[in-house]
Write a protein that binds this ligand. Structure first.
Ligand code: XMP
Length: 317
């Protein structure tokens, strides 16, 4: 019978055999899958696992520091790379969603590749691939076209001539979470909502500036923390804030303002393929609206997205 404990035990044994005394390099994202995969690999080979976590400048507020801190708690050998400026420079003036995705995916590979050259004896690339990713990547190459190109590290093994280590390849998400709990990974990390690889870059409609990122990070932080405080975070499948490329008129004291609008998004879903907008309580939405407008200078209007997927998508880009 499958139990998280037996899975951990057998997988660690298998990893020891597969990897031998070689070194493994791995990109970590702060998400559930890569964290669980890295923890398993680390249990098998210790510091011969070399994790890399890149700050691409479009993470959530304080996310880089918090995630690195969790890795430290888990005793994972992970190096944090601050590449923010590199990403901002390349993203400057770019407003097409697919272009933004390609820039972020491409730069990420460059940064990762550069870092990997500093580690000797690397023979393997660790990845947090789970079963649904395996199926999806098969269908991507089939007749049904993907609508959005997804940022992943798929191009890395070919460039780097590395063999793959994918301890979660046959697991579904709920099993990954059970394994993660078995490994003692904090609940905060295990129960995180999915977050897209291109991060806040696809939640800032149009071009990206550091100032816009800061605005959105602040608004998003209020919203996500609000969901947690109200006990709503675990009731929705994914939530986030979108910065719209329009300014509108408002009034503050006796002054007219002309500032940005953010849209709040929250959906219920099973796998992200279809999704319903979450019917969050009006009182909660009212609270978020005033908290964001009163605390984030530069935003004077908050709207709630009441579109389901299909025909809308979860993200706005
Ligand atoms: P959509 O917007 O297509 O999103 O309904 C479905 C799920 O996929 C995530 N998503 C992405 N994840 N790179 C990612 O890693 C991307 O480019 C990307 N685009 C969308 C989205 O957050 C949702 O969970």
């Amino acid at each position: 019978d499958w139990t998280p404990a037996s899975f951990v035990h057998e997988t660690v044994e298998q990893l020891k055999k597969q990897i031998g005394d070689a070194h493994v390099i791995m990109a970590l994202s702060g998400g559930v899958d890569s964290t669980v995969a890295a923890t398993l690999i680390s249990k098998a080979i210790g510091n011969r696992l070399h994790g890399i976590f890149v700050d691409n400048g479009v993470l959530r507020k304080n996310e880089f520091e918090q995630v690195l801190d969790t890795y430290k708690q888990l005793d994972l050998n992970v190096k944090g790379i601050d590449a923010k400026q590199l990403f901002y420079d390349k993203l400057k003036g770019q407003s097409d969603p697919e272009t933004k995705r390609k820039i972020i995916g491409g730069l990420f590979i460059d940064v990762f590749h550069e870092e990997s050259k500093k580690v000797s004896g690397v023979k393997f690339l660790g990845q947090g691939t789970i079963y649904p990713d395996v199926i999806e990547s098969v269908s991507v190459h089939g007749p049904s076209q993907t609508i959005k190109s997804h940022h992943n590290v798929g191009g890395l093994p070919d460039i780097m001539h590395l063999e793959l280590v994918e301890p979660l390849r046959f697991l579904f998400k709920d099993e990954v979470r059970k394994v993660g709990r078995e490994l003692g990974i904090p609940a905060e990390m295990i129960d995180r909502h999915p977050f897209p690889g291109p991060g806040l870059a696809i939640r800032i409609l149009g071009d990206i500036t550091e100032e816009k990122v800061k605005l959105l990070q602040d608004a998003d932080h209020i919203y996500i923390q609000g969901l947690k405080d109200a006990g709503l975070y675990s009731k929705v499948w994914q939530a986030g804030t979108i910065l719209l490329p329009v300014k509108s008129v408002g009034v503050m004291g006796d002054e007219r303002t002309y500032e940005f609008t953010v849209a709040l998004r929250a959906v219920t879903s099973v796998d992200g393929m279809t999704a319903d907008w979450a019917h969050l309580p009006y009182e909660f939405l009212a609270d978020m609206s005033s908290s964001i407008i009163n605390n984030v200078r530069g935003i004077n209007r908050v709207v709630y997205d009441i579109s389901s997927k299909p025909p809308a998508t979860i993200e706005w880009e």
